[in-house]
Design a protein around this ligand. Structure first.
Ligand SMILES: C[S@@+](CC[C@H](N)C(=O)[O-])C[C@H]1O[C@@H](n2cnc3c(N)ncnc32)[C@H](O)[C@@H]1O
Length: 264
């Protein structure tokens, strides 16, 4: 399984890295085509491919629609779904609908298994009234359903986006994805010991989610700072069981250094 979260080609607030870049759409699609090709090469005969992606309304909604069209070139892949994660806090002005969405594309190669149990949320079903006749008896949806809880479907409303009060928060990682979302993805399409790959580690969420769920994970990041953060996050998790640093600095030695210098 591959869970990739590439840069979205949207200038990110005050991002301090060249690797969360904004380039021409043409170059971005070139870059995307290359990594998708690489992904297909390393995927099993039957495998899942998840891609987090964004859209910039200030720039004709690129790259989301362009990316989907580009994906049509890859005949080995079949589109399966287009999930929207609904953030609780968004960004926007008083003159526009608040932007609360985060897109997640889902493709498959071959015919991998899908574990529907992973889709159930903790949200109880509350709406009654879907009556249907079964074997001559009128039954109501509550009697028929397998679970008391609703399925996440392709609009996920039950996942908190990461912010500094949460344990999993990794300071300095602007594009950190919620652990619960990645755990849901991993559980839906893999078993213990399966291999999960993430080409764009950043804060290392896929790695930690995989570690929690006993999967083997390969991940990398072109930016050495994010690669270091990812390694430290795993070490910290193995040592303390904590999934992040909340608001604490993952590089405490830098703070100490500054503190020490004050006294010299
Ligand atoms: C949107 S972030 C990933 C966020 C991640 N899912 C998380 O939860 O923390 C994208 C990451 O891709 C990295 N990146 C950009 N270009 C790359 C490349 N060519 N190869 C590997 N990593 C790259 C950036 O440094 C950045 O950390």
């Amino acid at each position: 399984m591959i869970v990739n979260d590439p840069p979205y080609n949207v200038a990110v607030g005050n991002a301090n890295t060249n690797n969360l870049f904004k380039i021409s759409l043409e170059k971005y699609l070139d870059f995307s085509e290359k990594w998708v090709k690489n992904a297909i090469t390393i995927m099993d005969k039957n495998a899942h491919l998840y891609i987090w992606i964004g859209t910039d309304y200030k720039d004709n909604f690129q790259p989301f629609p362009d990316f989907i069209v580009m994906m049509r070139k890859f005949k080995e892949l079949r589109p399966k779904n287009f999930i929207t994660l609904r953030n609780q806090r968004g960004y926007g002005t008083q003159k526009n609908w608040m932007w609360v969405r985060q897109e997640l594309l889902y493709y498959i190669k071959g015919n991998p298994e899908f574990n529907v149990d992973a889709e159930y949320t903790d949200i109880p079903k509350i709406l009654r009234g879907y009556y249907k006749e079964i074997k001559g008896k009128i039954t109501e949806n509550f009697e028929r359903s397998k679970s008391k809880y609703i399925r996440a479907g392709n609009v996920w409303v039950d996942i908190q986006q990461v912010f500094y009060r949460m344990e999993e928060n990794v300071p300095g990682c602007y594009a950190q994805k919620p652990m619960k979302a990645i755990e849901r993805i991993i559980l839906s399409g893999s078993s213990e010991k399966d291999l999960i790959v993430d080409f764009f580690a950043h804060s290392g969420t896929t790695l930690i989610a995989g570690e929690k769920l006993k999967r083997k994970v390969y991940t990398f990041d072109i930016d050495p700072i994010f690669a270091e953060i990812t390694i430290r996050r795993l070490e910290n998790f193995r040592k303390t069981g904590k999934t992040g640093w909340q608001w604490r600095n993952p590089f405490p030695e830098i703070e100490n250094e500054a503190e020490n210098k004050r006294w010299i």
